[in-house]
Design a protein around this ligand. Structure first.
Ligand SMILES: [Zn+2]
Length: 285
Protein backbone atom coordinates (compact mmCIF):
# COMPACT_ATOMS: atom_id res chain seq x y z
CA UNK A 1 0.00 0.00 0.00
CA UNK A 2 2.71 2.38 1.09
CA UNK A 3 4.88 1.54 -1.91
CA UNK A 4 1.90 2.06 -4.19
CA UNK A 5 1.26 5.42 -2.66
CA UNK A 6 4.91 6.37 -3.05
CA UNK A 7 4.84 5.25 -6.69
CA UNK A 8 1.74 7.30 -7.26
CA UNK A 9 3.36 10.37 -5.74
CA UNK A 10 6.51 9.90 -7.82
CA UNK A 11 4.46 9.38 -10.98
CA UNK A 12 2.37 12.46 -10.26
CA UNK A 13 5.40 14.63 -9.58
CA UNK A 14 7.05 13.37 -12.77
CA UNK A 15 3.90 14.03 -14.76
CA UNK A 16 3.74 17.59 -13.39
CA UNK A 17 7.41 18.24 -14.16
CA UNK A 18 7.03 16.92 -17.70
CA UNK A 19 3.74 18.73 -18.26
CA UNK A 20 4.89 22.08 -16.85
CA UNK A 21 6.61 23.42 -19.98
CA UNK A 22 3.68 22.19 -22.07
CA UNK A 23 1.16 23.84 -19.80
CA UNK A 24 2.82 27.14 -20.62
CA UNK A 25 1.84 26.54 -24.24
CA UNK A 26 -1.76 27.35 -25.07
CA UNK A 27 -2.54 23.79 -26.12
CA UNK A 28 -6.19 24.20 -25.15
CA UNK A 29 -6.54 27.19 -27.48
CA UNK A 30 -6.55 24.98 -30.55
CA UNK A 31 -7.72 21.63 -29.14
CA UNK A 32 -11.17 20.81 -30.56
CA UNK A 33 -14.09 20.62 -28.16
CA UNK A 34 -17.67 19.64 -28.99
CA UNK A 35 -20.19 22.38 -29.56
CA UNK A 36 -22.92 22.29 -26.93
CA UNK A 37 -25.98 24.12 -25.75
CA UNK A 38 -25.30 26.29 -22.69
CA UNK A 39 -28.89 27.37 -22.08
CA UNK A 40 -31.84 28.35 -24.25
CA UNK A 41 -30.55 29.97 -27.43
CA UNK A 42 -26.96 30.26 -26.17
CA UNK A 43 -24.49 27.70 -27.54
CA UNK A 44 -20.75 27.24 -27.04
CA UNK A 45 -18.95 26.59 -30.33
CA UNK A 46 -15.31 27.31 -29.50
CA UNK A 47 -12.25 25.20 -28.70
CA UNK A 48 -11.26 23.50 -25.44
CA UNK A 49 -10.32 26.83 -23.85
CA UNK A 50 -11.11 29.67 -26.27
CA UNK A 51 -14.80 30.34 -25.87
CA UNK A 52 -16.92 31.24 -28.87
CA UNK A 53 -20.65 31.70 -28.43
CA UNK A 54 -23.54 31.44 -30.83
CA UNK A 55 -26.76 33.20 -29.85
CA UNK A 56 -29.44 32.04 -32.23
CA UNK A 57 -32.55 33.83 -33.41
CA UNK A 58 -35.28 33.24 -35.98
CA UNK A 59 -33.53 35.76 -38.27
CA UNK A 60 -29.90 34.69 -38.11
CA UNK A 61 -27.40 34.57 -35.30
CA UNK A 62 -24.93 36.50 -33.20
CA UNK A 63 -21.44 35.01 -33.06
CA UNK A 64 -19.34 36.21 -30.12
CA UNK A 65 -15.52 35.82 -30.45
CA UNK A 66 -13.45 33.48 -32.58
CA UNK A 67 -10.30 31.57 -31.75
CA UNK A 68 -6.95 31.89 -33.47
CA UNK A 69 -6.61 32.62 -37.17
CA UNK A 70 -7.21 29.01 -38.22
CA UNK A 71 -10.24 28.47 -35.97
CA UNK A 72 -12.96 29.02 -38.58
CA UNK A 73 -13.24 25.35 -39.60
CA UNK A 74 -13.62 24.22 -35.97
CA UNK A 75 -16.22 26.87 -35.27
CA UNK A 76 -18.12 25.91 -38.40
CA UNK A 77 -18.03 22.22 -37.46
CA UNK A 78 -19.37 22.97 -33.99
CA UNK A 79 -22.13 25.21 -35.32
CA UNK A 80 -23.20 22.58 -37.86
CA UNK A 81 -23.11 19.79 -35.26
CA UNK A 82 -25.80 21.75 -33.41
CA UNK A 83 -27.98 22.04 -36.51
CA UNK A 84 -27.14 25.65 -37.42
CA UNK A 85 -25.17 27.24 -40.26
CA UNK A 86 -22.20 29.58 -40.11
CA UNK A 87 -23.70 31.31 -43.14
CA UNK A 88 -26.65 32.41 -40.98
CA UNK A 89 -24.44 34.48 -38.68
CA UNK A 90 -25.58 38.10 -39.14
CA UNK A 91 -23.72 39.92 -36.39
CA UNK A 92 -20.19 39.42 -35.07
CA UNK A 93 -19.36 40.53 -31.54
CA UNK A 94 -16.32 40.05 -29.34
CA UNK A 95 -15.46 40.42 -25.67
CA UNK A 96 -11.82 41.61 -25.69
CA UNK A 97 -9.76 42.72 -28.69
CA UNK A 98 -6.89 40.28 -28.22
CA UNK A 99 -5.77 37.97 -31.03
CA UNK A 100 -6.75 34.75 -29.26
CA UNK A 101 -10.40 35.86 -29.50
CA UNK A 102 -10.48 37.92 -32.68
CA UNK A 103 -8.16 36.41 -35.30
CA UNK A 104 -10.86 34.75 -37.44
CA UNK A 105 -13.35 37.64 -37.33
CA UNK A 106 -12.23 39.12 -40.65
CA UNK A 107 -12.44 35.75 -42.41
CA UNK A 108 -15.87 34.92 -40.99
CA UNK A 109 -17.10 38.40 -41.86
CA UNK A 110 -15.95 37.88 -45.43
CA UNK A 111 -17.56 34.42 -45.61
CA UNK A 112 -20.92 35.35 -44.11
CA UNK A 113 -21.38 39.02 -44.92
CA UNK A 114 -22.14 39.55 -41.22
CA UNK A 115 -21.70 42.97 -39.62
CA UNK A 116 -19.03 43.54 -36.98
CA UNK A 117 -20.35 45.43 -33.96
CA UNK A 118 -17.93 46.60 -31.26
CA UNK A 119 -17.49 49.05 -28.40
CA UNK A 120 -15.75 52.38 -29.00
CA UNK A 121 -12.83 51.17 -26.87
CA UNK A 122 -12.13 48.01 -28.86
CA UNK A 123 -13.16 49.13 -32.36
CA UNK A 124 -9.87 50.88 -33.30
CA UNK A 125 -7.85 47.87 -32.13
CA UNK A 126 -10.04 45.53 -34.21
CA UNK A 127 -9.65 47.77 -37.23
CA UNK A 128 -5.85 47.89 -37.07
CA UNK A 129 -5.37 44.23 -36.16
CA UNK A 130 -4.10 44.93 -32.66
CA UNK A 131 -1.54 47.54 -33.71
CA UNK A 132 -2.94 50.21 -31.38
CA UNK A 133 -3.37 47.80 -28.45
CA UNK A 134 -1.69 49.70 -25.58
CA UNK A 135 -0.23 46.50 -24.11
CA UNK A 136 0.46 44.08 -26.95
CA UNK A 137 0.51 46.63 -29.79
CA UNK A 138 3.12 48.08 -32.09
CA UNK A 139 2.61 45.18 -34.45
CA UNK A 140 -0.32 43.52 -36.15
CA UNK A 141 -1.35 40.47 -34.13
CA UNK A 142 -4.48 39.45 -36.08
CA UNK A 143 -6.13 40.29 -39.41
CA UNK A 144 -7.86 43.68 -39.13
CA UNK A 145 -11.65 43.65 -39.28
CA UNK A 146 -13.80 46.63 -40.19
CA UNK A 147 -16.36 47.66 -37.57
CA UNK A 148 -19.84 48.47 -38.92
CA UNK A 149 -21.51 49.70 -35.76
CA UNK A 150 -20.37 51.04 -32.40
CA UNK A 151 -22.24 49.57 -29.45
CA UNK A 152 -22.34 51.02 -25.95
CA UNK A 153 -23.07 50.10 -22.36
CA UNK A 154 -26.73 49.39 -21.67
CA UNK A 155 -27.64 49.11 -25.32
CA UNK A 156 -29.98 46.26 -26.22
CA UNK A 157 -28.83 44.49 -29.36
CA UNK A 158 -31.70 43.01 -31.34
CA UNK A 159 -31.59 40.32 -33.96
CA UNK A 160 -34.86 38.58 -34.80
CA UNK A 161 -36.23 37.34 -31.48
CA UNK A 162 -32.83 37.44 -29.71
CA UNK A 163 -31.83 40.21 -27.31
CA UNK A 164 -28.43 40.93 -25.79
CA UNK A 165 -27.68 43.79 -23.43
CA UNK A 166 -24.19 45.25 -23.67
CA UNK A 167 -22.33 45.63 -20.38
CA UNK A 168 -18.97 47.26 -20.88
CA UNK A 169 -16.29 45.65 -18.68
CA UNK A 170 -13.12 47.62 -19.48
CA UNK A 171 -9.73 47.00 -17.94
CA UNK A 172 -8.57 43.80 -19.62
CA UNK A 173 -8.81 45.87 -22.81
CA UNK A 174 -10.14 49.41 -23.11
CA UNK A 175 -13.33 48.18 -24.75
CA UNK A 176 -13.84 44.79 -23.11
CA UNK A 177 -17.49 43.90 -22.95
CA UNK A 178 -19.91 41.42 -21.50
CA UNK A 179 -23.33 40.54 -22.84
CA UNK A 180 -26.41 39.84 -20.74
CA UNK A 181 -29.51 37.94 -21.68
CA UNK A 182 -32.58 36.42 -20.09
CA UNK A 183 -33.62 32.92 -21.03
CA UNK A 184 -36.84 31.14 -20.21
CA UNK A 185 -36.62 27.39 -19.77
CA UNK A 186 -39.14 25.06 -18.07
CA UNK A 187 -41.17 28.01 -16.82
CA UNK A 188 -38.19 29.58 -15.08
CA UNK A 189 -36.30 32.72 -16.00
CA UNK A 190 -32.53 32.51 -16.01
CA UNK A 191 -30.30 35.59 -15.97
CA UNK A 192 -27.34 34.80 -18.17
CA UNK A 193 -24.02 36.64 -18.31
CA UNK A 194 -21.46 36.16 -21.06
CA UNK A 195 -18.90 37.88 -18.89
CA UNK A 196 -15.53 39.31 -19.77
CA UNK A 197 -13.44 38.77 -16.68
CA UNK A 198 -11.03 41.35 -15.30
CA UNK A 199 -7.78 39.46 -15.72
CA UNK A 200 -4.52 41.42 -15.81
CA UNK A 201 -2.08 40.26 -18.47
CA UNK A 202 1.54 39.90 -17.25
CA UNK A 203 3.51 43.12 -17.58
CA UNK A 204 0.46 45.34 -17.54
CA UNK A 205 0.77 48.44 -15.33
CA UNK A 206 -2.16 49.90 -13.40
CA UNK A 207 -1.04 53.14 -11.73
CA UNK A 208 2.70 53.66 -12.21
CA UNK A 209 3.21 54.36 -15.91
CA UNK A 210 -0.22 52.78 -16.58
CA UNK A 211 -0.75 50.69 -19.70
CA UNK A 212 -3.46 53.15 -20.67
CA UNK A 213 -4.74 56.20 -18.78
CA UNK A 214 -7.54 55.22 -16.44
CA UNK A 215 -6.94 51.47 -16.56
CA UNK A 216 -7.01 51.13 -12.74
CA UNK A 217 -10.36 52.93 -12.50
CA UNK A 218 -11.72 50.84 -15.35
CA UNK A 219 -10.89 47.61 -13.52
CA UNK A 220 -12.33 48.94 -10.24
CA UNK A 221 -15.61 49.87 -11.93
CA UNK A 222 -15.78 46.54 -13.76
CA UNK A 223 -15.35 44.59 -10.50
CA UNK A 224 -17.90 46.79 -8.71
CA UNK A 225 -20.53 46.27 -11.39
CA UNK A 226 -19.86 42.57 -11.86
CA UNK A 227 -20.17 41.95 -8.12
CA UNK A 228 -23.53 43.72 -8.15
CA UNK A 229 -24.78 41.75 -11.12
CA UNK A 230 -27.53 39.22 -10.50
CA UNK A 231 -26.51 36.13 -12.40
CA UNK A 232 -27.80 32.58 -12.59
CA UNK A 233 -25.80 31.23 -15.50
CA UNK A 234 -22.42 32.56 -16.53
CA UNK A 235 -19.79 31.85 -19.13
CA UNK A 236 -16.61 33.75 -20.05
CA UNK A 237 -14.02 34.16 -22.80
CA UNK A 238 -11.92 31.20 -21.63
CA UNK A 239 -13.43 27.83 -20.71
CA UNK A 240 -11.05 27.61 -17.77
CA UNK A 241 -12.39 30.88 -16.34
CA UNK A 242 -15.95 29.57 -15.93
CA UNK A 243 -15.13 25.97 -15.05
CA UNK A 244 -16.35 24.60 -18.38
CA UNK A 245 -14.60 21.28 -17.89
CA UNK A 246 -15.87 20.82 -14.34
CA UNK A 247 -19.42 21.60 -15.40
CA UNK A 248 -19.66 19.87 -18.76
CA UNK A 249 -18.23 16.69 -20.26
CA UNK A 250 -18.25 15.61 -23.88
CA UNK A 251 -21.56 13.96 -24.69
CA UNK A 252 -23.37 15.29 -21.63
CA UNK A 253 -27.13 15.72 -22.20
CA UNK A 254 -28.54 19.24 -22.19
CA UNK A 255 -29.97 20.54 -18.96
CA UNK A 256 -30.69 24.24 -18.35
CA UNK A 257 -29.16 24.04 -14.86
CA UNK A 258 -25.76 22.74 -15.99
CA UNK A 259 -24.15 26.18 -15.99
CA UNK A 260 -26.15 27.69 -13.12
CA UNK A 261 -23.43 29.00 -10.79
CA UNK A 262 -24.12 32.37 -9.13
CA UNK A 263 -21.67 31.75 -6.26
CA UNK A 264 -18.96 30.69 -8.70
CA UNK A 265 -19.38 33.94 -10.59
CA UNK A 266 -19.06 36.09 -7.49
CA UNK A 267 -16.06 34.06 -6.31
CA UNK A 268 -14.35 34.41 -9.69
CA UNK A 269 -14.87 38.18 -9.74
CA UNK A 270 -13.65 38.53 -6.14
CA UNK A 271 -10.57 36.42 -6.83
CA UNK A 272 -9.61 38.66 -9.76
CA UNK A 273 -10.37 41.79 -7.76
CA UNK A 274 -8.00 40.59 -5.04
CA UNK A 275 -5.24 40.05 -7.58
CA UNK A 276 -5.93 43.56 -8.85
CA UNK A 277 -5.72 45.03 -5.33
CA UNK A 278 -2.47 43.15 -4.70
CA UNK A 279 -0.96 44.58 -7.85
CA UNK A 280 -2.14 48.09 -6.95
CA UNK A 281 -0.41 47.78 -3.56
CA UNK A 282 2.69 46.35 -5.21
CA UNK A 283 2.96 49.23 -7.69
CA UNK A 284 2.43 51.87 -4.99
CA UNK A 285 5.06 50.38 -2.69
ZN1 LIG B 1 -7.12 38.91 -23.48
Amino acid sequence: MRTDLRRLVVATVLALVVAAPLAAQPDGWTRPFPGHRVIGNLYAVGTYDLAVFLVTSDEGHFLINTGLEDSTALIRENIESLGFRLEDVRVLLQMQAHWDHTAALAEIKEMTGAEMWATAGDAPVLEDGGFSDPHFGGRESFPPVEVDRIIADGEVLELGDARLTVMESPGHTEGSSSYLMTVEENGREYRVAIANMGTINPGKRLVVDPTYPGVADDFAETFRRQKALEVDVWVAAHGGQYGLHDKFERGQAYHPDTFVDPDGFLAAVERLENLYLEQLAEERR
